[in-house]
Design a protein around this ligand. Structure first.
Ligand code: KG4
Length: 341
């Protein structure tokens, strides 16, 4: 009888410390410690993030192993996020993975965080789960740091066919929320307010960029300048209109994202379309995917909420595929802060 393959996944690229265990591609546990410490600063403070990872990494990994009912000695390999991300945060996960792998005498598998987000669509919670895209498919990867259209040809072959030339969609939403004094992270706050507002109440400028690339810095500036003008007329403008402002902002961001994705789907004749990354938690964007499925005959793949933001389950599943290919990484490989898929 063949031995089971157990992979421990570790994610520490930004402000979530996460560990997950999968057996033969099926998720047994996925434990995440988020860092509330950044809320007071309105954004992630790298120095504080790495300190919090130091505090969280041992209990989070212990918890994930316990929840999975797996002993360290059963592990076949350790998969870890090598980049991109915050260097200090990555160092904690990478060093921990190296130490544990060395002590257990098992291989390590390095994972590109962005590739992990895309492959989150292959996480199985039951061995019988079949709702997975087949290749090739398009994936809209939208997070706090990235907005990309990825052509996914196989588990390992991914081509970024479009990406933001400045701010990411999540960054734009977070910054507009900050300007309105709504708190951090802005994404979930804007999402909640937008549900009660009119998406057509206000109009903001839209980028005119060729091809499949995105730009969100113009929208952010247009939002800021419009708000300044409105505040001159009514100093309580934000309080009076925050729902409409949130709904109009969300509507514009979603519209910009979907327009390029529609074009890519049409040009490449690919109707299997997935969405991934933190912003894929957004209700307006999820609804737009459902609408496109009805209107354009797309087969859409929308991740469960727990697999949208940073999590180790997506690192473990990517590590599992690489493990099957015997694609291991040497001990001396360092973390990296920047790269695309
Ligand atoms: O993928 P992610 O967890 O982290 C990285 O950037 O790697 O994405 C975080 C982003 C933040 O910009 C956050 O505001 C956004 O995802 N986000 C949302 C929602 N939930 C999280 N944006 C819009 N609507 C949401 N419901």
């Amino acid at each position: 009888m063949k031995d089971n393959i157990y992979i421990l996944g570790i994610e520490s690229s930004c402000d979530d410390t996460s560990a997950a265990v999968i057996r033969d591609g099926v998720l047994l546990s996925n434990v995440t410690a988020s860092q509330a410490v950044h809320e007071a600063y309105g954004g992630v403070v790298p120095e504080l993030a790495s300190r919090a990872h130091q505090q969280n990494i041992v209990p989070v990994v212990d918890h994930a192993l316990k929840q999975a009912g797996v002993e360290r000695e059963q592990l076949s390999a350790i998969a870890f996020t090598r980049g991109p991300g915050l260097m200090g945060s990555l160092h904690v996960g990478v060093s921990f993975a190296k130490g544990l792998a060395a002590s257990l005498g098992i291989p390590m598998v390095d994972v590109n965080h962005l590739q992990g987000h895309v492959l989150a669509h292959f996480i199985k919670e039951e061995a019988s789960d079949r709702e997975q895209p087949s290749f090739p498919f398009l994936c809209l990867l939208v997070s706090g740091g990235n907005s990309q259209i990825v052509l996914v040809k196989s588990y390992k072959e991914m081509e970024v066919i479009g990406q933001t030339i400045d701010d990411a969609a999540g960054e734009c939403i977070d910054k507009c929320s900050k300007v309105m004094g709504l708190g951090y992270p802005g994404g979930p706050i804007i999402d909640r307010l937008a549900r009660q507002g009119n998406p057509k109440a206000y109009q903001f400028s839209r980028p005119q960029i060729k091809g499949y690339d995105y730009s969100f810095s113009g929208l952010k500036t247009s939002f800021l300048y419009s708000l300044r003008e409105w505040l001159k007329e009514d100093e309580d403008f934000i309080e009076h209109h925050k729902e409409d402002l949130a709904a109009s902002l969300e509507y514009t961001v979603v519209d910009i994202l979907m327009k390029k994705l529609r074009q890519a789907s049409k040009d490449l004749k690919i109707k299997q379309v997935a969405v991934a990354g933190g912003v894929s938690a957004n209700s307006g964007l999820r609804q737009a995917f459902q609408d496109h499925a009805r209107r354009y005959g797309w087969k859409v793949y929308i991740p469960k909420f727990s697999f949208t933001t940073d999590n180790a389950a997506m690192i473990a599943i990517t590590g599992y595929f690489k493990f099957l290919d015997k694609d291991f990484c040497p001990m001396e490989l360092p973390a990296y802060s920047r790269v695309t898929v």
